[in-house]
Design a protein around this ligand. Sequence first.
Ligand code: ADP
Ligand code: MG
Length: 243
Amino acid sequence: MIDIRKVSKWYGPVQVLNECSVRIDKSDVVVVCGPSGSGKSTLIKTVNALEPFQKGDIFVNGVQVNDPKTDLPKLRSRVGMVFQHFELFPHLSVTENLTIAQVKVLGRSQDEAKARGLKMLDRVGLMAHKDKFPGQLSGGQQQRVAIARALSMDPVVMLFDEPTSALDPEMVGEVLDVMVNLAKEGMTMMVVTHEMGFAKKVANRVIFMDVGGRLLEDCSKDEFFGNLDARQARTKDFLNKIL
Ligand code: ADP
Ligand code: MG
């Protein structure tokens, strides 16, 4: 579903991705962790071409992201993205937030978009809030709306970049619950997070990135957590700090 092949990226002289390769198959849940500045956000953003890169190739569902002929708006419409900050439109109601891209990007009718959007809102448990504005919702609720909005576009894969790290602690669980359910329903997911409880529950694989954009580890969840002695020194160091 996602095939990242030897991707390298530099900002001027500074290398931020160093020959990163990752393959994510359908229904895989891949957790990406690593210290701040190691290139996790940059890597996840290359997948839907929000970040250009100088070397390597990326394919999403068979479409080459870095081919100039690729229809990027079309590609992005099928790749759901949820960021640390919810980025809902503050002046639009929840329902309008859920429908606008379906209508503008996918060409759905208002009725069709609304039906789909509300179905996804129900899935994240927020039907009662459909007519509210983002500012009337808690951070956790806003992030669940952001997830519902991404799901409304019928994505083939969902990318998450630290979706819970800007939330108050008591709201982290409700967002993770939604993500756990999504994973259990078979959604293909790439998730940058330091929530190792989430990784232990639903990840197939865990990737560890180190400063300089080097992908130090890519192994099964069982291998990652079950055999900590075999991990690289940098990984152990990092896990000791967060676990
Ligand atoms: P992470 O998400 O793992 O914290 P990022 O992908 O955000 O890391 O950043 C990787 C590296 O790229 C960092 O060293 C950061 O300072 C650098 N970086 C990010 N964006 C820019 C930019 N626009 N210009 C220059 N350097 C950048
Ligand atoms: Mg980041």
